[in-house]
Design a protein around this ligand. Structure first.
Ligand code: PMP
Length: 425
């Protein structure tokens, strides 16, 4: 037998929703609310910083920089997050820059998870956590957020999806190495409350485990809600790696600049993985992001701050999409944060009949049908669940509302037309 076959670590993780849905959207969708990226430009100050870095006098910005983060960027990130966390951060040991938050996650699982270790993942979850844990030889252990019925006549909110404390506690074992927390959460848009974070923190302390805290949507929080960093809770700094993304912070997902912030005792191991894999992320992009943060630290909390303006704009976009969906009966779950909104497709099921005993969850079939027949792209929610739980959550789809007003209007037109066709005899 040929030895030119896949390595053990790829077994069972070869299927990926994005390959198929990105292609489908590119082929059929006139309105793409599928993958999570803005179709509006990043702020001018960021683009200008990039241009300055690219064509300015300092030609060394075209060369390698420090592996663990371009010095101006780690310095400003240490200052920025130091201020938010109320502690002195050392730019060289408490911060590491990565190729997007994606690579930060990869470094965490490679650095901390051994064969046989368990990692708790809260469902629904950003889908790459599961294969990344498995690639490291670990076993993902899933615990779902459970939806509570909303008050009579009210739309459901992402806050109605909650952990059952006893169920969560039951997932911790002697083999548990870490829990992944993603607040604000992709895909639901849930922003975990202080109480929920304390519950998780207490279990982390009790079982002496790590928290991998994916906070890429930290600035995208609506209705006056506050994003709470679990690392700021009593006893959590020492066991938490915070992960962030310039892609989400500055609406420039293609730049792929991310970071980790945490204690040196944890980050030293991330540095080993990073050094021996990506080595570093494009110097020019790091330089521009450093300047973006320099501006933001000066304007912190002020009306001109991009981090104040962006959530305001996105909240408005969220509200437009909520109205569009609610008006046609595709019930939206109002997200407290992020780029995303999950909607209940139950009332549209008659348009896309189920195929009994199919291997494919119903929401996959529905989303594909919608892309091909209505030209509107969204992502099936069950893609954010493990194999065993997919069929429990197969009547929802996720929309991305980080889009221009014109894109959201075009989506509204499609939904309205669809509704008219449904109701006309
Ligand atoms: N975590 C979550 C929850 C995300 O939604 C994403 C991007 N969709 C990432 C991490 C990856 O971020 P980046 O683009 O910075 O790699």
């Amino acid at each position: 037998m040929s030895r030119l076959v896949q390595a053990r670590r790829l077994e069972g993780i070869d299927k990926n929703i994005w390959v198929e849905f990105v292609k489908l959207a590119a082929t059929y969708a006139t309105v793409n609310l599928g993958q999570g990226f803005p179709d509006f430009p990043p702020p001018d100050f960021l683009k200008e910083a990039f241009v300055r870095a690219l064509s300015g006098e300092n030609h060394m910005l075209h060369q390698y920089t420090r592996a663990f983060g371009h010095p101006p960027l780690v310095k400003i990130l240490a200052q920025f997050f130091g201020k938010l966390l109320g502690r002195d951060l050392d730019p060289m040991t408490n911060v590491m820059v990565t190729v997007g938050a994606y690579q930060a996650l990869f470094c965490c699982f490679q650095a901390f998870v051994d064969e046989g270790d368990e990692v708790i993942i809260i469902e629904p979850f950003f889908d790459c956590y599961e294969p990344m844990v498995k690639m490291a030889g670990g076993t993902p252990v899933f615990v779902p957020l459970r939806p509570k019925a909303p008050k009579e006549g009210k739309l459901m909110s992402s806050a109605d999806w909650q952990l059952d404390p006893a169920e969560l506690a039951s997932k911790f074992s002697e083999r548990t190495k870490a829990i992944v927390l993603n607040s604000p959460n992709n895909p639901l848009g849930k922003v975990f409350s202080q109480g929920e974070l304390e519950l998780i923190a207490d279990l982390c302390e009790k079982h002496d485990i790590l928290c991998i805290s994916d906070e890429v949507y930290e600035w995208l929080v609506y209705d006056g809600k506050k994003h709470i960093r679990i690392a700021s809770l009593q006893g959590m700094w020492d066991r938490t790696v915070m992960i962030g993304s310039a892609g989400k912070t500055f609406s420039a997902t293609g730049w792929k600049v991310g970071w980790t912030v945490g204690p040196n005792r944890l980050l030293q191991h991330l540095r080993t993985v990073h050094q021996n894999s990506a080595y570093h992320c494009a110097t020019i992009a790091q330089e521009a992001v450093a300047q973006g943060f320099q501006r933001e630290i000066e304007l912190y909390g002020k009306p001109d701050s991009y981090l104040v303006q962006l959530p305001k704009e996105l909240q408005q976009k969220r509200d437009w999409l909520v109205q569009s969906l609610d008006a046609v009966g595709m019930k939206p779950i109002i997200p407290e944060g992020t780029y995303f909104l999950v909607a209940d497709i139950s009332e549209f099921k008659s348009d896309v009949p189920d195929v009994p005993d199919s291997d494919e969850p119903y929401d996959y079939r529905f989303a594909k049908w919608m892309i091909k027949n209505k030209g509107l792209a969204a992502i099936p929610l069950s893609a954010f669940y493990c194999g065993a739980h997919k069929n429990n959550y197969n009547h929802f789809i996720r929309f991305c509302f980080a889009k221009e007003e014109a894109t959201l209007k075009a989506a509204n037109d499609i939904l309205q037309k669809w509704k008219r066709e449904k109701t006309s005899p």
